[in-house]
Ligand binder design. Sequence first.
Ligand SMILES: Cc1cc2nc3c(=O)[nH]c(=O)nc-3n(C[C@H](O)[C@H](O)[C@H](O)COP(=O)(O)O)c2cc1C
Length: 229
Amino acid sequence: MSPDPAQPAPRTPRVLFVYYTYTQQTLKVVDAMADVLRERGYEVQQASIKFADSRYAKRFSQFPFRHLYRDLFGMIPAQLRGATGEIGIPDTAREGDYDLVCIGSPTWWMKTSVPIRSYLKSDAAGRILGGTRFAAFVVCRRYWGINLRAVKKLGTAQGGEYVDGAHWAFAGGQIRSLLSLLSYLGTGENREKYLGVKIPPTNLESNDLEQARSFAGTLADRVAAGYAA
Ligand SMILES: Cc1cc2nc3c(=O)[nH]c(=O)nc-3n(C[C@H](O)[C@H](O)[C@H](O)COP(=O)(O)O)c2cc1C
């Protein structure tokens, strides 16, 4: 059937990913989800938030951390008080009319990281999220609940309509996954042992990215159907 010339051509749906990433795991999820949405006909923008705050930027400008314990534990005060700081926001996450916004939020010290919190509290986020559907996902070693709830709350406070959330955590139990993360943040390598203890691999695995693809498909279905979960 040929299209009705009286009807306007359907607009290409648009999705924006806003995320922060230090060790690139959040980016892996964004890339996996973005592929699916492109396959589904979406125009996809990926906006990586820069952590520009002079108090913290230097330690996150290099990987692995130069001073593991100082750099990692030094974020505790800012994280615990829910601080915001100076960030760089790409133009695509400042203005724009999107059908879906997806926030990728790594956990830092149990909570939403300073850079993502700073974005969600910014005027730019108000312009992007106001009246727009949004989803969120957390990447973490283990602790995702407080972070995901905070993203939902902050995005909703900016006028966004929360659609759905997901999380991905790393392998291993409480202690070994921590040792593994410490080893990785300090060396940049997935090693077999840390402090003499055998450790699991840190970071996301291929089945996590499969789940990310499936989450993106579900979001596309929800947006197409025009309802929130
Ligand atoms: C400063 C810092 C603090 C972290 N604190 C936690 C935490 O409290 N709980 C947790 O599950 N993971 C924690 N992690 C692990 C991160 O969530 C994990 O490294 C994740 O991959 C970060 O996302 P990214 O790879 O996109 O940077 C922390 C990582 C960093 C760098």
